[in-house]
Design a protein around this ligand. Structure first.
Ligand code: HEM
Length: 372
């Protein structure tokens, strides 16, 4: 009797417990359960600690803190009420890539390109020596470049050389000059160099426009240029002189490198000089995409700035390497060349050997320029 009463009580207790659990589960499923004190809702203040797996800002979070900050780290943009909308991006991750490319390949390969050209020129000079006037100086001169042409050349050349030296200081100065000069002298030089770089850029642009206008008609590529190139312009063998007009194929290449490279450096330099005002890359990439390149066109202004800086540096380093070769052949490398840009008068035999067609043109033309 007593045993059966006890069993009955136990069965009744189990039944009530099961029923209780069932009711609780039903209420919870229909959402009528009261939230625990720690739960956060839209109208409750945010939890003090951001480590409880919720998004800050009084909202019911469905994103872990780690996901939230990862998105910020990867450049997610938010809204700001101040006028500078760029402040809505806390971290611009492409900056890492920009710095790695600038301080890595651009710096390293740029140095190798310049050093490589100097080594090649030294080897060439050791093997070939100074290229002489084969027939010897005639004693008669012919005007090669007038005052305007020489002015245009030297405006471009002097400004380019200062721009190159001050630009190289920006890239390599801290590795090369800073340890030698110490921080005070180095910073004074670098500050002065920065101003020189900014202002002389305009002289360089003016020079490039002048040489383009003065010389473009002499620099149109022709079939003759291929013949000149096929024999290396006669640079490697004494007595070989392929005919050329006012400018030979090598000089035409220098001309177009200076004009196109100069325009490219100028535009990217202007974008750096007036930050966040110009965006050339998005539009250029869009134009290039007609060749199916799939380049990104929706670039932020910060990305535009980073690309401008890299492009400016890369084109400048290439042009500096080319111009080192030009300076060599226009001075030490070839007898009689410098006078063309010095006094403007070159020896007739030099002119006949290097620019035979131009000499013929000058002599038969309506405006003979030969001078004794
Ligand atoms: C000390 C530096 C330089 C020297 C000694 C020099 C010398 C010369 C000479 C002698 C010529 C005429 C060649 C001829 O008669 O056929 C020339 C032409 C030219 N120079 Fe320079 N130059 C120098 C720097 C520069 C720089 C920095 C640039 C541009 C960034 C430049 C651009 C040109 C161009 C485009 C031509 C016409 C094409 C050519 O002859 O290659 N020069 N230079």
């Amino acid at each position: 009797m007593t045993a059966s009463v006890t069993r009955l009580r136990r069965d009744a207790f189990s039944f009530l417990l099961g029923l209780g659990l069932l009711v609780a589960a039903t209420i919870a499923a229909t959402g009528n359960l009261t939230a625990p004190a720690s739960a956060q809702t839209a109208d409750q203040p945010a939890a003090e600690s951001p480590t409880e797996g919720r998004v800050p800002g009084n909202v019911l979070g469905n994103q872990a803190d780690s996901d939230f900050w990862r998105a910020v780290r990867q450049g997610e943009r938010g809204r700001v009420s101040i006028p500078d909308a760029r402040a809505g991006q806390l971290i611009q991750s492409e900056g890492d890539n920009w710095r790695a490319v600038r301080n890595g390949p651009v710096t390293v390969y740029g140095a190798w390109a310049m050093l490589g050209v100097i080594i090649v020129l030294a080897v060439f000079f050791a093997l070939r020596g100074r290229i002489r006037i084969d027939a010897g100086p005639s004693g008669t001169t012919i005007e090669r470049f007038n005052m305007l042409e020489r002015t245009a050349h030297w405006i471009t050349a002097t400004s380019f050389i200062v721009l190159a030296l001050t630009g190289l200081n920006i890239l390599y100065g801290r590795h090369v000059l800073l340890p030698i000069l110490g921080p005070e002298i180095f910073s004074a030089i670098t500050l002065a160099g920065k101003y020189a770089h900014n202002f002389l850029a305009f002289a360089f642009m003016a020079g490039v426009v002048m040489i383009f206008l003065l010389w473009v008609r002499h620099n149109i590529p022709s079939r003759l240029d291929l013949k000149w190139l096929a024999v290396g312009g006669g640079l490697f063998k004494k007595g070989v002189h392929p005919p050329a007009g006012k400018f030979n194929a090598g000089q035409k290449l220098i001309f177009w490198a200076v004009v196109l490279g100069g325009i490219s450096i100028s535009l990217s330099g202007l974008a750096l000089l007036f930050p966040f005002e110009m965006s050339f890359f998005g539009t250029t990439f869009a134009a290039l995409n007609i060749f199916g390149l799939g380049l990104p066109t929706d670039l932020t202004m910060m990305q535009e700035m980073q690309l401008s800086q890299l492009w400016h540096g890369v084109v400048a380093l290439i042009l500096i390497a080319i111009v080192i070769g030009h300076i060599y052949i226009g001075s030490l490398g070839m007898e009689g060349a410098f006078e063309a840009m010095g006094s403007g008068q070159v020896d007739l035999n030099w002119a006949k050997e290097h620019h035979a067609l131009w000499v013929n043109e000058m002599r038969s033309g309506s405006k003979p320029q030969a001078a004794e």
